[in-house]
Design a protein around this ligand. Structure first.
Ligand SMILES: Cc1cc2nc3c(=O)[nH]c(=O)nc-3n(C[C@H](O)[C@H](O)[C@H](O)COP(=O)(O)O)c2cc1C
Length: 370
């Protein structure tokens, strides 16, 4: 049996060993933006577990772009050194290719960690000023963000470029730009949070302009042989918001600019969203974007069964499959999926003796008992 999920996938000069991706996951475990021992452990184990690609959590390109005070950053030399230590460790022991998700939280910044309630920080809790396309808060429980003027937008663009250069120095294989989940670049895209009257608001073309400028600036400062992908919220799940048809147009524009893949996530921009959660609930967005534009896509969202992941690649819905919670639940998901699909993936030499083919007797007995 040949597995589609475990077939290599090439983008520019990068070839993934397989199409299993660790989805970016904030760990809220950084100190002043610096990766800590938690990252060493968390990313280290995921780098050795047979995944094709490991994408680091949303990483802020400037301090005010962090969601919480505990978010990872790549805006200072100290951040860069802390990140270097973790990535060197992952490279030494692991085989996964390593990407970073560069992000800016916009009006959703300056918040508590999920474990502390996710709500906005108060003044006496170290709140900072947030920025957004328009002075519209997330809800009446959130502060009004400062509307970015052109000079402010230049600062954000320059921060993305600086983060890109740092990512190159650290040695990442791939960058994913975070244009999803109600953070700054998504805030520009959707009319729910962008009510500007200038050339960056109003029509869809205008709302796409700043996110596309960021894409161009990052692409221009990232080596030509390295892939640059984009995660979007394919829909806001709200009437009058951003919709899948808009995402197809955005994907087409990104494709023209040299984008290497679209990861089709959704929502996050408003508390009014109505999402029907079920296995693979966002996969049809990846399928539609791929069908309409020919762009490679990454599907994500409640994909847990190896057969499900395999079928999404086999039927042409997506080129890569990202798992988040499933990877936390079972960090060896790729080993188990490879076994279930009759495929091979990598083990570190230290753990080679756990590979089922090296002690088949145990597995034969488990299968017989099933
Ligand atoms: C702990 C945690 C942290 C997350 N952090 C991020 C993030 O930094 N960037 C992002 O784009 N999505 C983030 N997500 C969303 C996941 O990447 C993924 O899209 C979502 O959880 C759906 O996939 P799943 O059903 O496999 O968990 C996070 C999800 C979890 C569970």
């Amino acid at each position: 049996m040949t597995s589609n999920l475990f077939a290599p996938f090439a983008m520019r000069g990068l070839t993934l060993d397989n199409r299993v991706v660790v989805s970016p996951m904030c760990q809220y475990s950084a100190e002043d933006g610096n990766a800590t021992d938690w990252h060493l452990m968390h990313l280290g184990q995921l780098a050795i577990s047979g995944n094709g690609l490991l994408i680091l959590e949303a990483t802020a390109v400037e301090p005010r772009g962090r969601i919480t005070p505990y978010c990872l950053g790549l805006y200072s030399d100290v951040n860069e050194a802390a990140m270097q230590r973790v990535i060197d460790f992952c490279r030494l022991h692991g085989n996964a290719k390593i990407g970073i998700q560069l992000a800016h939280a916009g009006r959703k910044a300056s918040a508590h960690r999920p474990a502390d309630g996710r709500h906005a920080l108060a003044e006496d809790e170290g709140a900072w000023e947030t920025v957004a396309p328009s002075p519209l808060p997330m809800s009446d429980r959130w502060p009004v963000p400062r509307m970015l003027d052109r000079a402010g937008m230049d600062d954000v663009r320059d921060a993305f470029v600086a983060g890109t250069k740092r990512s190159e120095r650290v040695g990442f294989d791939l960058i994913e730009l975070h244009m999803a989940h109600g953070y700054l670049l998504h805030e520009f895209l959707t009319p729910l949070s962008n009510q500007r009257n200038d050339e960056y608001g109003g029509s869809r073309e205008n709302r796409m302009r700043f996110p596309l400028e960021i894409f161009d600036a990052v692409r221009a400062s990232w080596p030509a042989e390295k892939p640059l992908g984009v995660r979007i919220s394919a829909t806001d799940w709200v009437e009058g918001g951003w919709e899948i048809g808009d995402s197809v147009v955005l994907a087409e524009a990104l494709k023209e600019r040299g984008c290497d893949y679209i990861c089709a996530s959704s929502g996050g921009g408003t508390g009014a969203q109505k999402i029907e959660l079920k296995p693979g609930y966002q996969a049809h967005f990846a399928e539609e974007i791929k069908r309409e534009t020919g762009m490679p896509t990454m599907a994500v969202g409640m994909i847990l069964e190896p057969d499900h992941a395999e079928s999404l690649i086999a039927d042409g819905s997506a080129d890569m499959i990202a798992l988040a919670r499933g990877m936390l639940y079972n960090p060896r998901w790729a080993w188990h999926a490879a076994e279930a699909l009759g495929a091979e993936t990598t083990y570190p030499v230290q753990y080679e003796r756990s590979r089922p083919s090296t002690w088949p007797e145990a597995f034969t007995q488990i299968k017989a008992a099933e």
